[in-house]
Design a protein around this ligand. Structure first.
Ligand SMILES: [Zn+2]
Length: 325
C-alpha cells in the first residue's frame, strides 16, 4: 500500500473508532419522556432545584437521580447539572418553562459523572448558543471516553429508557477562584485537586447565597468515592464550611443548610479516621468494618450506606496504607 493511502486509511479507521459509537447513538430512536412528575422547588429568590430520586439509575426512574438546578438571570437562565439523559434535560426545560420564558444561556457542570450532565444535550439542541462550563479535567475526561462510557451505562441500567442520549462535552473551562458573570448573576467557582473526583467544581451563587455542591456532598446518600479520596474530600468540605452560604444544594438528596455539609463531612471523617486508627492497630479491613458500623450507627439509615460501606472501608484502608509509607 502506498504510504499516502496507508496513512489516510489509518486516519479513516481512527475516525470510525472515535465517531462510530456517537453516530450509532445519534441514529437510534429516542426513548419517551420522563414519566414520573417532578417539580422545581424554589430554594432562593432566583434559584430552583428539581430534587431527583435517590436510587441508582434503573428502568423505573428512567435514569433520573440527581438534583438539576436553574437560576433565573436578568436576560437568561443558567442550568446547573442538567441531569443524566436527554429525556431528563427535556424535563428540566419543561420545568423552567413553568416559571420563565427566558432562554437558557449557560450550563455549569459540577463533574464528569454522567448522571449530572448528559442532559446538557437537550439544552444544546434547544439553545445552540448556550455556553457550557466545566473544569478543564472534566472536559478532557468527558471527551476521552468517560462521556461515551456514561451514555452506554445509562442505556444498560435503564433498559433503553435513555436511548437517543449522546454526550456533548462542555465547551468552556472554568477553575478555582473564577467569578462567572452570566445574565446579571455572579457565580464563584471552587475546585481542589481531588475531592469526590479530580474534576469537581462547587458553585456559589453570590446573589442568592446558594452553594451548589455537586457530589462533594449528598444528603441521606453516601454515593461512591472510587474516583476521589477521603482526605481530599474531607479537606474540601472543611473549605466549603468556611463559605458562608444560606442554602446548600447537594448533588443528591434534599437541599438544606450547612448541616447538610457537616453531616456528610462527619460521616466520611468517621469512616476514614476509624479505618486509619485500626490500620495502625494491625487490623484487616474486614475486621475494621464492624467497628466503623458501630461508630456511624446514628446515620446508618442512609439509603445506600449498607451496600456502600464495605467498599468505602476498603478504599479508606488502601488510602491509610498508602499514607503509612
Ligand atoms: Zn458523582
Amino acid at each position: 500500500m502506498p504510504k499516502q493511502t496507508r496513512s489516510s486509511t489509518a486516519t479513516l479507521i481512527l475516525f470510525i473508532l472515535l465517531w462510530a459509537p456517537i453516530q450509532l447513538n445519534a441514529g437510534e430512536q429516542k426513548a419517551g419522556p420522563i414519566q414520573a412528575s417532578y417539580s422545581a422547588e424554589q430554594v432562593a429568590p432566583s434559584t430552583y432545584v428539581i430534587h431527583g430520586p435517590l436510587a441508582v439509575p434503573n428502568p423505573e426512574n428512567q435514569g433520573f437521580m440527581n438534583n438539576p438546578a436553574f437560576v433565573i438571570g436578568d436576560s437568561g437562565i443558567i442550568v446547573i447539572d442538567a441531569g443524566s439523559t436527554v429525556q431528563v434535560g427535556d424535563m428540566v426545560l419543561e420545568q423552567i418553562s413553568t416559571v420563565s420564558d427566558l432562554p437558557v444561556v449557560a450550563t455549569i457542570t459540577t463533574h464528569v459523572h454522567g448522571d449530572h450532565w448528559l442532559g446538557n444535550q437537550a439544552i444544546a439542541e434547544t439553545y445552540p448558543d448556550a455556553k457550557h462550563y466545566a473544569h478543564p479535567a472534566m472536559i478532557e475526561q468527558a471527551s476521552a471516553g468517560e462521556g461515551q462510557s456514561w451514555v452506554d451505562q445509562m442505556r444498560a441500567l435503564t433498559n433503553g429508557a435513555s436511548a437517543g442520549t449522546v454526550y456533548l462535552p462542555p465547551d468552556t473551562t472554568t477553575d478555582d477562584g473564577a467569578e462567572l458573570k452570566i445574565a446579571g448573576k455572579t457565580f464563584r467557582i471552587f475546585h481542589d485537586p481531588v475531592a469526590h473526583t479530580d474534576n469537581d467544581i462547587t458553585i456559589l451563587l453570590l446573589d442568592d447565597s446558594v452553594l451548589f455542591l455537586g457530589d462533594t456532598v449528598m444528603n441521606n446518600r453516601v454515593g461512591r468515592l472510587d474516583d476521589g479520596n477521603f482526605k481530599g474530600l474531607i479537606a474540601f468540605l472543611d473549605r466549603m464550611l468556611t463559605v458562608d452560604a444560606k442554602v446548600y444544594v447537594p448533588g443528591h438528596g434534599a437541599t438544606g443548610d450547612r448541616q447538610v455539609v457537616e453531616d456528610f463531612r462527619n460521616l466520611f471523617d468517621t469512616i476514614y479516621s476509624t479505618v486509619a486508627e485500626q490500620y495502625d492497630n494491625g487490623l484487616a479491613d474486614f475486621e475494621i468494618k464492624p467497628i466503623v458500623e458501630d461508630r456511624i450507627n446514628d446515620i446508618a439509615t442512609w439509603t445506600d450506606l449498607k451496600q456502600a460501606l464495605g467498599k468505602l472501608v476498603s478504599l479508606a484502608y488502601l488510602e491509610a496504607e498508602e499514607d503509612a509509607f
